[in-house]
Design a binder for this molecule. Structure first.
Ligand code: 4AD
Ligand code: MG
Length: 468
């Protein structure tokens, strides 16, 4: 019995395999049958390219192999030969083969193209397409790149909790976690739900960030990063929002905003470089797709970004650029207003034509934990904006003064009790520290060119939709 060879390995070392018999296992993409032989195209998910197999009519099991439907799983032993046809370097001459699992006519992934919307409805099968195979291999590569990047820089990987008793962003967009009987909620004297009867004895939710816990550990380990699922119940039904997304949050002690701005640019460049090195076939394929949001030469654009120094402007400068642009925006561009997607896209896609880091936002646009600037109006915040996407990263220097942080929380009407441990960081050896969060799916969108965030996560959760 030969050992199974993965297509990735076969294509990467094709010259070593020519003339040898190998065993491959995968799913049939197509079978073209003629009288004397059949062409079987097979993919095993490990490579962008499928392998073409020629099966002569005289091999054992020919009838079964030559009538396989798209989607059948099969194992084939064959001799690797140099390819006659264009494109591929090698193909296989089948020696023998067995059907592992048949499909029936209802298999929805036929050779002809299906829409992305339809593929979302059959998300359990979409990794069997060239497109989603590519997306999910890139996703994997970027996850590996993330761990390597931070590990090589001396950061410790922190698994921050998923269930939490605090609102880490103070924005109130949390999903409750409860085992109370919703038909029969226990009430207190005031008629409010009595969470002391709930599983955790209090009102808890799914995390919107791991930042607060990352700060605790950064102030002990020096530098940490989280990489985990994040949940937001904001009702944003857009191509860039998910209710469940993954975020990477580095947090660094003794670091200011400039330090983490530089770190954020280095991290993005590192991911680009890693994807170019490990997923060149995937990127070439994806960027050539009609529905991706990028030019065919997006690889060149990414190389340009990798080799560039990121531009950095303040929020105030951004407002000036928007107001001088002569563009008609839907949302106001007066100082103090949030930068909307249209503004962010103008800055990246039209004005700078590159990523840009915007810093020092008005305090009212940002979360409670950001360090107040001396002007009393702005905070040491940064957003990293990238072309086609808008905000990829949000971060800041954290308010390290207990007094200022408490004052800000009071101003914002927050209840401080639950944050006692977070506040204590400012009492016990407080240091300047900074960090950021990168939306993992948005990074995948940026690099692959996929235009809808639902198509870069295995099973998207969005308002009104939680299938699979
Ligand atoms: O800007 P955000 O809200 O920042 C934080 O959560 C901070 N605690 C990060 C930190 O400083 N440690 O979110 C960070 C990033 C955004 O820039 C965006 O890329 C992504 O997370 N993001 C989302 N991605 C998909 N769907 C959503 N609903 C998202 N909300 C934020
Ligand atoms: Mg943000």
């Amino acid at each position: 019995m030969s050992k199974r060879v993965l297509l990735k390995e076969l294509f990467a070392s094709s010259s070593e395999y020519v003339g040898k018999d190998v065993l491959i296992k995968g799913w049939v993409r197509s079978v073209r049958k003629s009288k004397k032989f059949s062409f079987i195209v097979l993919n095993d998910g490990t490579d962008q390219d499928s392998i073409q197999i020629i099966a002569d009519a005289d091999i054992e099991n020919y009838e079964a192999l030559s009538t396989m439907l798209t989607g059948t799983s099969v194992s084939i032993l064959g001799k690797v030969v140099e390819s006659q046809g264009k494109g591929q370097s090698i193909e296989m001459q089948a020696v023998s083969g067995d059907v592992i699992g048949a499909v029936d006519e209802s298999y929805p992934l036929q050779k002809k193209g299906t829409s992305l919307e339809h593929l979302r409805d059959i998300a359990h099968l979409r990794s069997r397409t060239n497109l989603f195979g590519a997306v999910f291999r890139v996703r994997h590569a970027l996850a590996q790149a993330t761990h390597k990047f931070f590990n090589d820089k001396g950061f410790y990987y922190l698994n921050s909790p998923i269930v939490t008793a605090v609102d880490g962003e103070g924005a109130g967009e949390m999903f409750k976690v409860s085992t109370l009987d919703s038909e029969n909620l226990p009430k207190n004297d005031k008629g409010e739900v009595d969470y002391s009867k709930d599983y955790f004895g209090k009102d808890v939710s799914l995390c919107v960030t791991g930042q607060l816990e990352a700060e605790c550990h950064a102030l002990g380990l020096g530098a940490v990063y989280t990489f985990g699922p994040t949940f937001r119940s904001e009702n944003s039904n857009t191509k860039r929002h998910l209710a469940e997304f993954w975020m990477i949050e580095p947090e660094v002690a003794f670091a200011d905003l400039e330090d983490v701005a530089e770190l954020s640019a280095d991290y993005i460049k590192y991911m680009i470089d890693y994807a170019l090195e490990h997923c060149s076939k995937e990127l070439k394929f994806l960027h050539s797709m009609p529905f991706t949001d990028v030019e065919k030469n997006h690889v060149d654009t990414l190389i340009g970004v990798r080799d560039s120094k990121f531009k950095k402007i303040t929020y105030t400068e951004a407002i000036d650029i928007l107001n001088a642009s002569g563009e008609k925006f839907e949302f106001p561009t007066t100082w103090g207003e949030e930068l909307q997607t249209e503004h962010e896209k103008f800055l990246t896609d039209k004005h700078f034509k590159s990523p840009v880091i915007v810093t020092d936002y008005p305090k009212d646009c940002k979360a409670f934990y950001m360090k107040l600037n001396d002007d009393g109006k702005t905070v040491r915040a940064m957003d990293v904006l990238v072309p086609g996407i808008g905000e990829l990263i949000g971060g800041s220097q954290r308010e390290e003064s207990l007094e200022k942080l408490e004052k800000r929380m009071e101003e914002m009407g927050m209840e401080k009790e639950g944050y006692w441990w977070y506040l204590e960081l400012r009492k016990f050896g407080s240091v300047p520290h900074s960090g950021f969060g990168l939306g993992f799916e948005r990074a995948i969108m940026y690099i692959t060119g996929m235009s809808n965030i639902r198509d870069v996560i295995a099973f998207p959760r969005t308002p009104g939709s939680c299938d699979f």
